[in-house]
Every structure is written in structure tokens, then in C-alpha cells.
Design a protein around this ligand. Structure first.
Ligand code: SF4
Length: 470
């Protein structure tokens, strides 16, 4: 059977979607390969959040054209957000592409791959047998970027059997209705659509049966899950109901979620951190800006003070909770004063980590048309300055772990140093330590002995009598 290579750009949702496609292809007998040179089919799962991500994917597809010359049967495809956004227009930049499959059609990719393989075979056969005139066929890719009702329910039960993993993503919803003025997601992923709780819990049970101990729930605005489809029960939102249902799953030890919206943190969810011990002590809480004026222009319906209060409430509900964030610098019209408000709030919040983005125009978004677009140098200066603020607080949080014991779930060999093991604390900090395969998938305490700028180092062999408080 043909072999497939999938390259993923962008976020964890994309990683999760690629896993789904990989699983579907494996179920049909295709093999997955880790080098594009070995593949009969190459799929790029694309991202549209930043212009650079789109350029990278288009550039990559351009390079793959050379490989096609060596392997004329090679099938090349785009899927995901950029495929959704640009659809047939992608033919302009990538006239050799065979497949363009949008975000509501991941479950159809395996069918389309097989169809594209057949089409390439036929085209080559024609070239071999027909006279020159009829052999010049226009190249017509398979394009499917149409919405499909219920497509969110086609995402399930993805774990490739052979992988020995301890953690897994579960996609619980698709799309977003918030329409932040800088964001392309509502266009690429469509409106919010949640999966029913029962299906998600069944998937979690299946994953636990395969050795998974931690799940991360994924959605564009994950904590507003199900708000249009499912009713509140006893004042609890559908997302809180889902967390409670997952908390009951035996053998599941850890629950995380990303990415939430501050607006989805009502009292019922904040309280969950105080009463659901399987919910890990980490929340990724996108701030985007510390200036109320810019938040308004971004169409983010909260203020800096509301954000401040939310973080305080979360820290009261679960003392020691780690908080990370996303911030955009250089949004159109951002003055020095606006930026200082962001900088001050970031310093005050003492984040455990942050993704800082320089604003970049995305077509089809209101912010792209706004006055006051800033020069790249200003964005870059603010980016570097804010990074230094966030790195300082992140380092302090890491250093505070040195000399303590941290509960760690071992995820396997370290990516940078496969001779050692890697795991995560409950607060989502990476820990590297020595050990053998018996540690894989286990939860145990590690005595933290040192910290670098982004990582903890420790020793699981240090025993209770050693001077490491829990
Ligand atoms: S809430 Fe998130 S996904 Fe939705 S529009 Fe805003 S930034 Fe984009």
C-alpha cells in the first residue's frame, strides 16, 4: 500500500487533526513514514493564523515539486486552515497540487488520497499511451472546502495503537464565534460546534484503555464548549459538566484544556480548580493586550481589571496554579502608552510563560483594514522588551521549584537528549531526569535539583529522607 508523510504547521488542534488523518489512512492499510523522500503521498496540514505560516507551507509545496519530477506518481495535498481559506486559489501558487481539503473534511482525506492516487496513475498511463496532443491534460486538483453539518462528531478515537504514549489530545469542539478583529480562525474553522459529552467521555475511556493517563481537551475557545447546543444543568456550563464527567473516568489521572477565552471563566469553572484534583494546576489564559482601548479594538470583551481579577480568583481557587498567556504587540493604533499598560500588567501577573506575537495582517479580518498599522521595528522592539519581562517571571517560577518534589508524568525519552527521560509537572513544566523505560507512562515524584531558562532537572531516585519538601 502507498506510504504517507504528513507535515503539520501551527497549533495543537492541527496536530490532533493530523493524527486523525494518519489513523484513518493506517486503518486502510497505508503506512506512515517519517521522511518525505520515502512517501508516495505528502500532505501538508496548514495554518493561517500568521502570514508567515502560510508562506512556509506554500514554499514547502514549491520545493516538493522537484520531488514530483523524480517520482511522477507522488500525490501532493494541502489540508487544514490555509486550504480552507484559499481553496481553489491555491492552484495559483501551487499548480501541481492534487488535493485541497478544508477543516470540516479531515474525515474525507483518506478517500480523497485514494482518488488522487488513482488519478495520477491514470494521467501517467495516458501520457505513456496517447499521442502527444491528447496527452496534455489540464491538472485538476480535488478541492473540498465546503461546510459539513456534524463534522465535529467525526473527530474521535484517534490514538495510533503502536505508539506508547501517556498523554493525548481530545478535540471537543470546532470553530469560534468570537470574531476577534485580528483573527482568521472564524473564517477557517467556521462557527462553534461541540461534540456531545457522552462521545467525548467514551473517547477518554478508550484512550485510558490504551495506557493514556492525561488528556488535553482542545478547542478554539474550549471553555465556551457547547454553549449553543447543550443546556446548563444546576447552573453549570456544558464545559464544567464535561470536566465533571471526565473526572469520573477511572484510570484517567490528569485533565488539561487549551485554549480558553477569559469570557468563559465563570464562577462555576473557577471553582472547578478548587474541587477537581484531576484538573491540573495550569491555565493558559490569553490576555492579548493590557490596554482597555486596544482590547476593545481587538473585540476582546473584557478589561485589564477583569483579567486581573480572574487571575486572582484562579490563584485563590487553586493556590500555586501556573498561568501562561498569549499577547499581541503592535496591534494597529497601539501607542507607547498602550504598550506600557500591557508591559505593566504582564509584569504584575508574573506569568509562568507567554507566547508573544508581533501583530501581522491577515486578509479578511477587520484589523487588517484599520488605520495606524505600525512599522515592523516598533513591533520587534516591543516583542523583545516584553519577552524579557515574561522570561524573568518564568525563570523565577522555575527556580522556585528547585529543592522541591514535583509530581511528574513521564512522557518518554527527552526530545533533545533521548538518553534521558522527560515529563511534566502538574503545573506543566518540563522536567528532565535519568531513568529507564519502566518509568514511561508512570506518575511519581521527582526531586528538582536545578533549572535552566525553560526546563527543570531532577532525580526520581532521591528518597523521602532526603531534604526535598513536597
Ligand atoms: S476567541 Fe480565539 S479563535 Fe476565536 S476569534 Fe478570538 S482569537 Fe480567534
Amino acid at each position: 500500500m502507498p506510504s504517507v508523510f504528513i507535515k503539520t504547521y501551527g497549533c495543537q488542534m492541527n496536530e490532533r487533526d493530523s493524527e486523525q488523518v494518519a489513523r484513518d489512512l493506517q486503518d486502510r492499510g497505508h503506512t506512515l513514514v517519517s521522511h518525505e523522500r520515502d512517501a508516495d503521498v505528502i500532505l501538508l496540514n496548514t495554518c493561517s493564523v500568521r502570514e508567515m505560516a502560510e508562506k512556509k507551507a506554500i514554499g514547502k509545496m514549491g520545493m516538493l515539486r522537484k520531488l514530483r519530477r523524480e517520482k511522477p506518481k507522488l500525490v501532493l495535498g494541502y489540508m487544514g486552515c490555509m486550504a480552507q481559506r484559499l481553496g481553489e486559489n491555491l492552484q495559483k501558487d501551487s499548480p501541481h497540487v492534487d488535493l485541497v481539503v478544508g477543516t470540516q473534511k479531515f474525515h474525507r482525506v483518506a478517500d480523497y488520497v485514494e482518488e488522487a492516487l488513482r488519478k495520477r496513475e491514470e494521467a501517467l498511463h495516458l501520457e505513456d499511451t496517447a499521442d502527444l496532443g491528447s496527452a496534455i491534460q489540464p491538472h485538476i486538483p480535488i478541492v473540498d472546502v465546503y461546510p459539513e453539518e456534524g463534522s465535529q462528531n467525526t473527530i474521535r478515537d484517534h490514538l495510533p495503537e503502536k505508539k506508547k504514549e501517556a498523554t493525548s489530545f481530545i478535540s471537543i469542539m470546532q470553530g469560534c464565534n468570537m470574531h476577534c478583529t485580528f483573527c482568521i480562525v472564524p473564517t477557517t474553522r467556521g462557527p462553534e460546534r461541540g461534540r456531545p459529552i457522552e462521545g467525548i467521555v467514551t473517547e477518554a475511556r478508550t484512550l485510558v484503555g490504551r495506557g493514556i493517563r492525561e488528556v488535553t481537551l482542545l478547542g478554539q475557545i474550549v471553555n465556551l464548549y457547547g454553549r449553543h447546543e447543550f443546556p446548563k444543568v444546576d447552573g453549570k456550563s456544558p464545559f464544567v459538566q464535561l470536566l465533571e464527567a471526565l473526572h469520573e473516568v477511572e484510570g484517567l489521572d490528569r485533565i488539561r484544556f487549551t485554549s480558553p477565552h477569559p469570557m468563559g471563566f465563570r464562577k462555576d469553572l473557577v471553582e472547578c480548580f478548587g474541587r477537581l484534583p484531576k484538573l491540573m494546576e495550569h491555565v493558559h489564559l490569553p490576555l492579548q493586550s493590557g490596554s482597555d482601548r486596544i482590547l476593545k479594538a481587538m473585540h476582546r470583551p473584557y478589561t485589564a481589571d477583569a483579567y486581573r481579577k480572574l487571575v486572582a480568583d484562579l490563584r485563590t481557587s487553586r493556590p500555586g496554579i501556573a498561568v501562561s498567556t498569549d499577547i499581541i504587540v503592535g496591534f494597529p493604533g497601539e501607542t507607547e502608552e498602550d504598550y506600557q499598560a500591557t508591559r505593566d500588567l504582564a509584569a504584575e501577573m508574573e506569568f509562568d510563560g507567554a507566547f508573544i506575537f508581533r501583530y501581522s495582517k491577515r486578509g479578511d479580518t477587520p484589523a487588517a483594514e484599520m488605520d495606524g498599522q505600525l512599522p515592523e521595528e516598533v513591533k520587534e522592539d516591543r516583542n523583545q522588551d516584553l519577552l524579557s519581562v515574561v522570561n524573568a517571571s518564568a525563570s523565577l517560577h522555575l527556580e522556585a521549584c528547585v529543592g522541591t518534589r514535583q509530581e511528574v508524568l513521564c512522557e518518554g525519552p527527552s526530545r533533545n537528549d533521548p538518553a534521558r527521560l522527560s515529563g511534566r509537572t502538574r503545573t506543566n513544566k518540563i522536567v528532565i531526569f535519568e531513568g529507564g523505560s519502566r518509568f514511561h507512562g508512570q506518575i511519581f515524584d521527582v526531586a528538582i535539583t536545578s533549572a535552566s531558562a525553560s526546563t527543570l532537572y531532577g532525580d526520581p531516585a532521591i528518597h523521602e529522607s532526603d531534604p526535598f519538601p513536597a
